[in-house]
Design a protein around this ligand. Structure first.
Ligand SMILES: *[C@@H]1O[C@H](CO)[C@@H](O)[C@H](O)[C@H]1NC(C)=O
Ligand SMILES: *[C@@H]1O[C@H](CO)[C@@H](O)[C@H](O)[C@H]1NC(C)=O
Ligand SMILES: *[C@@H]1O[C@H](CO)[C@@H](O)[C@H](O)[C@H]1NC(C)=O
Ligand SMILES: *[C@@H]1O[C@H](CO)[C@@H](O)[C@H](O)[C@H]1NC(C)=O
Ligand SMILES: *[C@@H]1O[C@H](CO)[C@@H](O)[C@H](O)[C@H]1NC(C)=O
Ligand SMILES: *[C@@H]1O[C@H](CO)[C@@H](O)[C@H](O)[C@H]1NC(C)=O
Length: 800
């Protein structure tokens, strides 16, 4: 968002006049994104209307008007965002309030059909109500909470607060606040694999936790003073107890329940109470076979002997690296101290020796490990599943993991020391990025951020919506700080323009020219070669430019072109990159200088690794938006390096006066959702990657076939997909041969080719949900990397 802040401020001067806020939405009336209308509470502390993320995902929502990041407290359609154009909320003649998408399908509606609802209004409490002419409330948003409870909003029987799945999104996740059947206000993990209560502390009975279970009224409420209390005698005070402060009670995506207070002067939130002080006490934080550990910050790791299923989603947990049947023969036990898995006890034996406990586990084929608590005479817990793993300095005992004797595992250093593999340091995050308080167990997952390429594309719509808000936050933009993520400190630096002129010999040798600018070759004083990119129409204030550059400059991966520095002087905006020797992939595929099989496979794998790093491991989820052979450079060992990532944030091809085109990327590599007006996610890169992979296999550029008509775009891909399906189904083993580049003259690995073709085709699925993640592509390709068949071909690597 930050990169377009300047734009927004500038342009909102023209548009803020069009934004209409009103106190009542009358029966028969409606609001839409385009209409730029909002309902505000009489004291203006809450606003209700369409809230957008990315280019094209909108929610009918209520948010705090004066919080810097427009904190959303309620959404009507949290799991089903609607389109920016053509979606509307209206109060129909029959009295129902209805949210419809562009195709007029009903996404959400109230249960007020055939009532005399006359208008919707937003109360000062943040409650959206439907009233009849006499002023009776017929429906209220307070009755259907999402993840937040506002002061005076009552959590009752059968209602739940459900945390969002990840930070920055609204979709429902697995952590719930609700009243259990024992009348106790509880936090529970409720995922497909596991349901496990973690607050109040399940190690004690409810009375020890200061609760009772005999009051069946099941009510909880946060009052205006900041006192949270419930019918089971639970009480907590916000640390800033008193009137006049805006607060909210939210169950966060990390499973913790917190009271936040709004600081008037900055519009930021501070935590004034939280239910869980040790983040690893949240159950299910790391999925099955995962363990939540403290390494400067809480994070997830896999149980030794297990490996992660999906690095971007720890809910998916870890899977064994060994064949489970081996647990029936010779086994060994690996001790992890001060660690336990909560629940899943096959047996519990008090007064048991460690040896006897181990024997019990060894003999039971269902046993995956056991916990041994050392207090008293020793307690033995035999586990049939390794769920809810956590490390806790106060845990009096160890867990012993059962592993086949043949499996070699080493204990992660985290279990006896505080060393970590990641260098951790404080970094500055641009405004508009994750907020100050947010952190927790999903350090690996980081932040879900829709790409800026999308944000830029939809600029017009977003800024109309955000115009007012940005005006509010224009003054004093404080930066928030979030500690600890993997980065290697660099020699990243600022150049001045004269210096770059000298380096590039007055921009003499042009290396290439693209949508975002022209690239020149240069040579630094220490003889390092560089590629200097002069950005085209940059319509951006310097501080936003610097913030973006700071982010890109920190991204470091062997398969991504490294940025060494930048220049921002007057209207000049230049980027200085490492020089990559061997030109781009297209130069090595579509002409006589083509790559051999082993190198093509290495390029496919390296590119996947680079994209996976952008998508999953970077601080911000960066979407490239323009994956194509021209943007994949090859170094002198023909290892791929992806160029031009993060640039969608920086350059703008269309001037402010021209018509704004939403669509980014290059024809032929562009996912169908661009044309379909669907939300843009990392899956657009997966699509582009799929096309690149298929082109590498065939050695033919598909995009040559692409004519202006969008429908024709997929034809060569569709044909290929049909061919493969047909031939594979008929058991025709020669199908691989018929697809792979004939210029290779059969010199390739059949298994690798089959795998790559399948990956390529799944990546170009029209339904983006069917496309794999980049992390899973990397995994599949790595499994197939050491193909013996290919060894024979080593000498024939480059066929020139
Ligand atoms: C049960 O809880 C409600 C709400 O907190 C309270 O008003 C009521 O007095 C309680 N009943 C008993 C028997 O404690
Ligand atoms: C919260 O504050 C109220 C009012 O000052 C006090 O009566 C109550 O004991 C406090 N509760 C807790 C749990 O601190
Ligand atoms: C914050 O602002 C509100 C409304 O402007 C005001 O009523 C309240 O007193 C302020 N609170 C503080 C702590 O300044
Ligand atoms: C595991 O090992 C058993 C026995 O050796 C074998 O039958 C089975 O197919 C193996 N399973 C997998 C998934 O490799
Ligand atoms: C534990 O074992 C000791 C010694 O064997 C015995 O005296 C004690 O009664 C046992 N306690 C329980 C709870 O079984
Ligand atoms: C970790 O523990 C192992 C064995 O218990 C020991 O050899 C090693 O030195 C320890 N490492 C650290 C960093 O303490």
């Amino acid at each position: 968002m930050r990169s377009i802040l300047f734009l927004l401020i500038t342009l909102s001067l023209f548009h803020s006049a069009n934004s209409k806020s009103m106190l009542l939405l009358k029966r028969g009336a409606s609001i839409s994104v385009e209409g730029n209308t909002f309902i505000t509470s009489p004291d203006n502390s809450f606003t209700c209307g369409f809230y957008g993320l990315g280019s094209n995902a909108y929610w009918f929502a209520i948010w705090f008007t004066n919080s810097k990041e427009r904190t959303v407290v309620w959404t009507a359609n949290r799991d089903k965002p609607v389109n920016s154009q053509g979606s509307r909320v209206s109060i129909r003649r029959d009295g129902t309030m209805v949210l419809t998408d562009v195709d007029r399908s009903i996404v959400w509606q109230t249960n007020t059909r055939t009532t005399d609802v006359s208008a919707a209004e937003l109360l000062n409490t943040g409650n959206l109500v439907l009233k009849n002419p006499r002023g009776d409330i017929l429906w209220q948003s307070f009755d259907v909470p999402t993840d937040t409870l506002l002061p005076s909003q009552i959590l009752t029987k059968d209602k739940r607060l459900i945390a969002s799945f990840r930070k920055g999104s609204f979709e429902s996740g697995y952590f719930n606040l609700y009243f259990g059947s024992n009348n106790v206000l509880s936090l529970i993990t409720d995922s497909p694999q596991i349901s496990s209560l973690y607050w109040p502390n399940p190690d004690y009975d409810v009375y020890t936790s200061g609760r009772t279970n005999y009051n069946g009224s099941r009510l909880a409420v946060l009052d205006d003073m900041g006192l949270l209390q419930s019918s089971d005698h639970f009480q907590a005070n916000a640390s800033d107890k008193g009137f006049g402060i805006k607060r909210r009670l939210t169950i966060d995506h990390d499973g913790n329940l917190r009271i936040y207070s709004l600081i008037n002067s900055t519009g930021l939130w501070t935590i004034t109470w939280q239910a869980i002080s040790q983040p690893c006490q949240v159950h299910g934080a790391c999925g099955s076979n995962g363990i939540c550990v403290y390494a400067q910050k809480p994070k997830c790791i896999c149980t030794p002997g297990y490996e992660v299923n999906d690095p971007s989603d720890w809910n998916a947990g870890c899977k064994p690296t060994f064949n489970q049947t081996l647990l029936n023969s010779k086994v060994k036990f690996l001790e992890l101290s001060q660690t336990d898995y909560f629940g899943s006890d096959l047996y519990y034996k008090p007064n048991f020796t460690l040896k006897a406990c181990q024997e019990l586990c060894r003999r039971d084929s269902a046993c995956k490990g056991f916990t041994y608590r050392t207090w008293g005479n020793g307690h033995c817990y035999v586990k049939n599943d390794l769920f809810n793993g956590f490390q806790s300095p106060d845990f009096p005992g160890s867990v012993y993991i059962k592993l086949p004797r043949s499996v070699k595992v080493s204990k992660p250093s985290i279990f006896n020391g505080s060393s970590t593999t990641c260098e951790s340091r404080e970094i500055e995050i641009p405004v508009g990025s994750p907020s100050m308080y947010a952190f927790a167990r999903r350090t690996v997952r980081w932040v879900y951020l829709y790409s800026f390429c999308a944000a830029l594309g939809a600029l017009e719509l977003i800024f109309i919506l955000l115009g007012r808000w940005f005006l509010l936050r224009k003054h004093g933009v404080p930066t928030s700080v979030e500690a600890g993520y993997c980065m290697i400190s660099s020699q990243f630096r600022r150049f001045n323009y004269a210096e770059l002129k000298k380096i590039t010999n007055n921009f003499r040798e042009e290396l290439g020219r693209g949508g975002s600018g022209t690239v020149y070759k240069g040579s630094l004083a220490d003889d390092r070669l560089v590629a200097v990119k002069r950005l085209g129409d940059v319509f951006q204030a310097e501080d936003e430019f610097l913030a973006e550059i700071g982010t890109i400059g920190k991204i470091n991966h062997m398969n991504l072109v490294r940025m060494w520095g930048f220049c921002s002087e007057g209207r000049h905006r230049l980027l200085v990159y490492e020089f990559v020797d061997n030109m781009s992939l297209d130069k090595h595929l579509f002409n006589s200088n083509f790559l051999g099989w082993k190198q093509r496979y290495a390029v496919a794998l390296g590119t996947a690794k680079g994209l996976a790093h952008l998508h999953h491991e970077c601080l911000e989820w960066v979407i490239h938006c323009d994956v194509k052979p021209e943007n994949i450079l090859l170094d002198n060992e023909f290892q791929p390096k992806i160029a031009d990532f993060g640039l969608a944030k920086l350059s703008r091809r269309d001037g402010p006066g021209s018509e704004i085109t939403r669509i980014r990327g290059t024809k032929g590599y562009r996912a169908p959702e661009w044309a379909l007006n669907h939300p843009i996610t990392a899956k657009v890169d997966i699509y582009g990657y799929g096309v690149v992979v298929l082109e590498m296999i065939k050695g033919v550029k598909f995009s040559y076939w692409v004519v202006d008509d969008a429908d024709d775009q997929e034809t060569p891909l569709k044909n290929l997909s049909w061919t493969v399906k047909e031939k594979a189904q008929c058991g025709n083993s020669s199908w691989v041969e018929s697809i792979v580049d004939p210029r290779l003259k059969g010199k390739f690995s059949r298994k690798q080719a089959a795998t790559l073709i399948q990956i390529g085709l799944s990546c170009v699925e029209e339904d983006r949900r069917k496309r794999p993640t980049m992390a899973s592509v990397v995994q599949t390709l790595m499994e197939c990397e050491d193909e013996t068949e290919i060894k024979v071909l080593d000498k024939l690597e480059l066929i020139y």
